[in-house]
Design a protein around this ligand. Structure first.
Ligand code: SF4
Ligand code: SF4
Length: 234
């Protein structure tokens, strides 16, 4: 299989975003287990966009957002699974990494950063809200990844395009985000108090009408996500 065949397969299964990262750019990143990337050369990044009103109507739409957050994650896991099976059938290794599997023992990190893979693939940049920001949909996407040793054409890392914006910092409901000067990739501990955010997400998850650790405000306010609304019908 070649890049465009996997891209086509992902889009047919419902992906809105697709890219390939050279994992040599990510070897120093923390993963679980530590040697997770050792047998793989490339990371495939897949993204699914959530409908705009789920964000535009927050906080009132938080229960709906929580439902479709789960639907989008399931969809991504299915796409990653199907792509992995297709790659394996060609005689290569492929490991799907699920869309939302936070490991609390790793202080709210996952097996590998989907955002780091997506950024290295050129799919988008990591914004001041520590989310992946795509030029098409801003942060209104969920991500999954597939690690593989199949030779693929990798993209180039995306440059940060937040500019002087600090909407997400000013709108965070727990003041968990901090401004910091950085070139391309913010250091999480410098810009984000994860415990403040996680406490609020746990509170939302304990509400039976929500039931999932979602907030969405720092997604809603990002101007790159609102751009999609402005260009509708043009
Ligand atoms: S998810 Fe909510 S609490 Fe967490 S950083 Fe974003 S706005 Fe703040
Ligand atoms: S709201 Fe502004 S600062 Fe925050 S991620 Fe979006 S563009 Fe960057």
């Amino acid at each position: 299989m070649e890049f465009h065949e996997i891209d086509r397969m992902a889009k047919k299964l419902g992906a809105d975003i697709f890219g390939v990262a050279d994992l040599d750019l990510l070897r120093e990143y923390e993963t679980f287990p530590e040697n997770l990337l050792d047998s793989f050369d490339f990371g495939i990044s897949i993204g699914v966009k959530l409908p705009d009103p789920l964000f535009d109507m927050l906080p009132d739409s938080r229960n709906l957002y929580s439902r479709y957050y789960v639907v989008a994650n399931d969809m991504l896991d299915r796409i990653a699974f199907e792509i992995s099976r297709a790659i394996e059938s060609e005689g290569y290794e492929a490991l799907p990494i699920p869309a939302s599997k936070v490991l609390s023992d790793l202080h709210w990190r996952s097996y590998v950063s989907h955002k780091a893979i997506a950024r290295a693939a050129g799919v988008g940049w990591v914004g001041r809200n520590l989310l992946l920001i795509t030029p098409q949909f801003g942060p209104r996407v969920r991500l999954a990844s597939v690690l593989t040793d199949m030779p693929l054409k990798a993209g180039k890392p995306a440059r940060n395009r937040c500019g002087v914006c600090r909407e997400c910092i000013d709108s965070c409901i727990t003041q968990a985000l901090r401004y910091s000067e950085f070139d391309d990739y913010p250091e999480r501990d410098e810009v984000f108090e994860v415990d403040k955010c996680a406490a609020k997400l746990k509170e939302f998850a304990s509400n039976p009408d929500i039931g999932t650790m979602v907030c969405g405000i720092c997604i809603k306010v990002c101007p790159w996500g609102k751009l999609g609304n402005k260009t509708k019908g043009n």
